[in-house]
Design a protein around this ligand. Sequence first.
Ligand code: AMP
Length: 113
Amino acid sequence: MSTLFEKIAAREIPTDIVYEDDLCLCFRDINPQAPVHLLIVPKKPIVRIAEAGAEDKETLGHLLLTAQLVAKQEGFAEKGFRTVINNGPDGGEEVPHLHLHILAGRKMTWPPG
Ligand code: AMP
């Protein structure tokens, strides 16, 4: 059975896609926590960081470089942004398909909740 994010990548569930390449997809979060809230998702359904393997090294690096790319593309690279990966129950993970949150458009606070 495919994950929610595989269904989004297959266009079975509509969403606002802002970037796509061979390895990943970037789209707007349906429940934004900041003026800009994007998700970068590998097309390979890696479950979470804790379950990634050495063979995923290129994909994992690609997600961060894609964050840089979409930050420039969407115009918030200079003002700044936050990247978040939730992992497991205590990490706040809801969707078991690895994804990088990109939050921007307001000043972030620290520590996060
Ligand atoms: P996490 O809690 O880190 O697993 O994040 C899952 C994220 O997926 C949440 O921020 C949700 O708002 C988001 N989400 C769930 N369903 C959709 C959808 N259909 N389109 C876009 N974002 C979604």
